[in-house]
Ligand binder design. Sequence first.
Ligand SMILES: Cc1cc2nc3c(=O)[nH]c(=O)nc-3n(C[C@H](O)[C@H](O)[C@H](O)COP(=O)(O)OP(=O)(O)OC[C@H]3O[C@@H](n4cnc5c(N)ncnc54)[C@H](O)[C@@H]3O)c2cc1C
Length: 498
Amino acid sequence: MSTESAGNRRHHVVVIGSGFGGLFGTKHLKRADVDVTLISKTSTHLFQPLLYQVATGILSTGEIAPATRLVLRKQQNARVVLGEVIDIDLQAKTVTSQLLGQDTVTEFDSLIVATGAQQSYFGNDHFAEFAPGMKTIDDALELRARILGSFEQAELATTQEERERLLTFVVVGAGPTGVELAGQIAELADRTLEGTFHNIDPREARVILLEGAGAVLPPMGPKLGGKAQRRLENMGVEIQLNAMVTDIDAHGVTVKDSDGTIRRIESACKVWSAGVAASELGRMLAERSEGTEVDRAGRVIVEPDLTIKGHPHVFVVGDLMSVPGVPGQAQGAIQGAIYAAKQIKAGLNGQSPQERKPFKYFNKGSMATVSRFSAVCQVGKLEFGGFIAWLAWLALHLYYLIGYRSRIVTVIQWFVTFLGRSRGQMAATEQWVFARLALEAINDSEKDTADSAGRADAASKSTEAPAGAATANGTAEPGNDESMEGRDEKKVSDRKAG
Ligand SMILES: Cc1cc2nc3c(=O)[nH]c(=O)nc-3n(C[C@H](O)[C@H](O)[C@H](O)COP(=O)(O)OP(=O)(O)OC[C@H]3O[C@@H](n4cnc5c(N)ncnc54)[C@H](O)[C@@H]3O)c2cc1C
């Protein structure tokens, strides 16, 4: 274990997370008389709103995820530490992070926690096996490989039934991410892949958008939701509302309709964009600060100055904070982080925590793209859709993309994609689909091994091979003659057997 002592030095701010909250909080301290350590488990600043474009072959990961270290290169008072935070000691004022088994303890005077949210399967974590979410770069690349892989397998399918299953894409959740993904999968099939296969016509692909509520884009209201729905339907996307997903397996999705009917949709490629849960650190902070609670999604119910009870120097911002009226969107994270940075600077100038003015969120509106040249947009009471909304969406996303290089390359990629039919990022490898599953299998088998080693006599076990090693290796190197879904299923059964 190494200890990063604050020692004889300036006020030390530790920022956890390199998303919108973490990055904007750090940047806002650039000219302050402080040292900043940004600790994150990912080495990049990920622009999540464009993940779906990586998944559908429009953008590469570099455009939406520049290395945090490079972004902060010119900020003299900031340094970046890669590692997953596993402990926050509020009394000792230390943060413990871990990288490949090595623990690092970092002392802080002020702390900004911006670890965001992760995909939630509402207690059905086994769905993740068959329907990846959309929160990380790995998710997006895995999904790209699954989407393109389904077309490739359909080309080789020997029965009509199998072909149809492979050409049916199910997106669960009709929020902005679900709408954007469904629209892009449809455009990919209709425009980019059209005429590129011999045995199948990609335009025959079915894209089904399932939503448990009664409307598309529920938070944006009926007018914009209706516009988005009509546009998607014109593109051939099948929208099924009041449809609750009750099970997902390798071969398809089980759905319960509002009248109680249970039905199956046979589908090889499923995507989950139906829910999020706050990062685990939220619960940890709540448990350790008396009187602080989390909401149902695990977000920390913060004080009016975004701190936790009894710890005026510990701020929680972004998707991890629960503040009435502040949505889990980039603007909420950016504004919260800037507010926290301002309070830290004011504190250095002698302001006491009691003098802080409460955090006020300024709602700049929300938007979602539906297809090329079409988006929906809500700014205050103004609601509009179509081409103008799409241009506004384009400009706003370019503005918030980090770095000139990313912006220029993104404009070129968009030009190629939206005006032409081609897409620049159509690479996909088998490993993108299977790496996560293989790693999970290895972790499971390591856990099994540790459990059995703990139970058994250490001496007698020392000569035995680890129980799950063969399974883990086997799943990491799949054979050539199984379908993708078949392999998924095999891994699950391997794991269950292991
Ligand atoms: C697919 C998708 C589309 C979206 N579209 C939009 C949109 O169009 N408009 C909009 O406004 N918002 C959108 N959002 C929401 C927006 O991206 C989030 O609200 C925003 O990213 C929240 O910022 P954050 O800093 O709180 O968390 P994040 O951006 O999620 O960052 C969290 C950071 O914490 C790090 N981290 C997590 N746990 C740990 C740990 N234990 N130790 C160390 N580091 C850790 C992560 O690696 C990451 O760097 C979208 C989100 C997704 C997933």
